[in-house]
Design a binder for this molecule. Structure first.
Ligand code: F6R
Length: 369
């Protein structure tokens, strides 16, 4: 059942290109238009939406954080992302024109379910992004867009996360299409790139041996920090979460721009710091700023592990370890940048003798609040 792999997690990491392709299948037509017929919220209602609110937990929450960048950029609708466990306890401002998106692999997470119930009580429409057919969250939502990751057995979420991202991009693009906002060359290019992205994920998987070796060499460390900016920030949070739950190491993700507001005090000799570098094309200002962040932490002794696009030469002098990922449009970069972090955490867990598929104290679906 593990298909020749030692762990379900390794199998599920390897299945990601297919999971991504399956989630896209039949949802983009030959002309590059989105056909999300299954989303049973009418175009007229979607045109009225004045606010998107995403609720989720854990890894699904990180997918939501990334979705915010895509939704606001492509549709210009304000988008909030909130931990489901915080959401309903602060009397959130919701109404009939709010679209609430609940993201959940299992479809049974109690915090997310309670958040969506609260949203529906306020008269908002709820769209579920879910991997489990017929589970509670989609049953209680107005509409559902299923991810097609297939069953995810390992407790740590991998392929479900990538497909959640794909579903979020599809929803963002669909909202843009329905509302006619910014539907231009940029969007058509993204739709095209999205249809090739599973091949790019495959290419990343083929180059993971140095990442494994690096992970093994860090098995005795106590702390690993993760930095990112723009969509790289939630990727950093996800990298840190994977390391905590699998390797039981202290790991923290930061927005790189926040370094100088506190966290830089943590940097000490030989501390491993993983940095997710945005594309040098597009938002080049952010790219240049993160390169100076890498310089700053390295000058203070950090061991820099840099994840950067192929062809990004500016990072080379400051990278103690360089992990290359294919060039993608900025907003899609999390689909390729997250994969090395999953492999890194899985290998570190193995090197530390931990149970990869069943980390201590964790359950695959959290059905209590
Ligand atoms: C992390 C992980 C958890 C889940 C979270 C939400 O690897 O698996 O953080 O992402 O418990 O679960 P779902 O998506 O089932 O609602």
């Amino acid at each position: 059942e593990k298909g020749g792999y030692d762990y379900f997690m390794l199998k599920e990491i390897a299945e990601q290109p297919k999971a991504v392709a399956d989630t896209l299948l039949g949802r983009i037509d030959a002309a590059g238009s989105l056909t999300l017929d299954e989303v049973r919220i009418s175009a007229a209602e979607l045109r009225e939406v004045d606010k998107v609110v995403i609720v989720a937990c854990g890894t699904a929450f990180h997918a939501g954080l990334i979705a915010k960048y895509a939704i606001e950029h492509w549709t210009r609708i304000p988008c909030e992302v909130e931990l489901a466990s915080e959401f309903r306890y602060r009397d959130p401002i919701l109404g009939p024109r709010s679209l609430v998106i609940a993201i959940s692999q299992s479809g049974e997470t109690m915090d997310t379910l309670m958040a969506l119930r609260h949203a529906r009580e306020q008269g908002s429409k709820v769209l579920a992004i879910c991997n489990t057919n017929g589970s509670t969250i989609p049953r209680e939502s107005d509409a559902v867009l299923y991810t097609h990751a297939g069953p995810e057995v390992a407790v740590a979420s991998t392929k479900a996360f990538l497909t959640q991202l794909v579903a979020c991009y599809l929803v963002a693009l669909y909202l843009g299409q329905v509302r006619g906002t910014k539907w231009g060359d940029e969007i058509s290019a993204v739709v095209r790139d999205l249809s090739h992205i599973s091949g790019e994920v495959e290419r990343v998987l083929e180059t993971m041996e140095p990442v494994r070796a690096l992970a093994r060499s860090l098995a005795d460390k106590k702390t690993v920090l993760f930095l990112g900016r723009h969509v790289g920030y939630p990727v950093a949070l996800e990298g840190a979460l994977k390391l905590k739950e699998l390797a039981y190491m202290h790991a923290e993700g930061f927005a790189a721009g926040e370094l100088k507001h506190g966290p830089i005090a943590l940097i000490e000799e030989d501390l491993p710091v993983v940095v997710v570098v945005p594309s040098p094309r597009g938002r080049s200002v952010i790219h240049d700023k993160i390169v100076s962040n890498i310089q700053e932490i390295r000058a203070r002794g950090a061991r820099t592990i840099v994840i950067a696009e192929e062809g990004d030469e500016a990072v080379v002098p400051y990278a103690d370890h360089l992990i290359r990922i294919p060039a993608t449009p900025t907003l899609l970069q999390p689909l390729v940048a997250t994969v090395p972090l999953q492999v890194f955490a899985c290998e570190l867990a193995t090197a530390r003798g931990n149970e990869v598929d069943q980390p201590r104290n964790l359950a695959k679906s959290v059905t209590v609040e």
